[in-house]
Each structure stands twice: as structure tokens, then as C-alpha cells.
Design a protein around this ligand. Structure first.
Ligand code: HEC
Length: 103
């Protein structure tokens, strides 16, 4: 009985840890979207309250995590490549944020 309870608490711990960890990445990505990444100056995204129209509206194209990763790393058209501007971790954070906020 006591063992069962401990296992439950353990699961609860990992569950909560998982959620807070996910939110942390989301918040970090949002910060990059608005500041270091400068994405908000070209893209509309409701969650970030950005209304720029140079690039496609991210709420409409709803890109997957992989698509944002590839696009941000390599650039596309007039959009710059970020592989020398942001770290790999920062690109992953902003990709997590954009795919989650728009889908
Ligand atoms: C200088 C303006 C500019 C900035 C800054 C910019 N983008 Fe873009 N982005 C564009 C344009 C323009 C396109 C469309 C390019 C094309 O299709 O030729 C685009 C396309 C995209 C696409 C769609 C790619 C596809 O394959 O359809 C995604 C996703 C994206 N941008 C995310 C981001 C993120 C995230 C950031 C910040 C790290 C960012 N952009 C910064 C202008 C910009």
C-alpha cells in the first residue's frame, strides 16, 4: 500500500516536471521570437501579438516543428539563416514555440 502511494507520487512528480519543462521552452522560444530572433518584425503570430506581414502569417501556415527548425537554420528567400545568429538550443526553443503557438 505504501509502495503504491510512493509510485503515484513519483509519477505525479515526473508529470508536473514534464509540464513545467515544456512551458519553460515555450517561454524561452517566445522571448527569442520577440527579441533575439526578431521573427516578430516579419511574421504575424497571435500568441506573440505580432502583426508584421513581410513573411507569411504563422497562424495560417501552421508550420510543423521540423519545418520551423529547417527554415530558421537555413533561411528561405529574404528570410535570413540563423545558424550563425542563434545557438542550436535557441533555434530549437523558437521552433518549439512557433509550432506549438500556431497549431
Ligand atoms: C526579414 C524578415 C524575416 C525574419 C526576420 C524572419 N522571417 Fe520567416 N520568413 C520570411 C519570409 C519573407 C518568408 C517566406 C519566404 C519564401 O517563401 O520565399 C518566411 C518564411 C518562414 C516560414 C515558412 C517556411 C516555409 O517553408 O513555408 C517559417 C516557419 C518562418 N519564416 C519562421 C520564422 C522564424 C521562427 C523567425 C525568427 C527566428 C523568422 N521566420 C524570421 C521573413 C522573415
Amino acid at each position: 500500500m505504501i509502495l503504491k502511494k510512493n509510485i503515484l507520487i513519483l509519477f505525479l512528480f515526473f508529470y508536473l516536471f514534464g509540464i513545467s519543462h515544456g512551458d519553460e521552452l515555450f517561454e524561452k522560444g517566445k522571448e527569442i521570437f520577440l527579441n533575439d530572433g526578431n521573427c516578430a518584425s516579419c511574421h504575424s503570430l497571435a500568441d506573440a501579438k505580432s502583426i508584421a506581414t513581410i513573411g507569411p502569417n504563422l497562424d495560417e501556415i501552421r508550420p510543423s516543428l521540423e519545418k520551423v527548425l529547417v527554415t530558421v537554420t537555413n533561411g528561405i528567400g529574404v528570410m535570413p539563416a540563423y545558424q550563425d545568429i542563434l545557438t542550436k538550443e535557441e533555434i530549437e526553443a523558437v521552433a518549439h514555440y512557433v509550432s506549438k503557438a500556431s497549431n
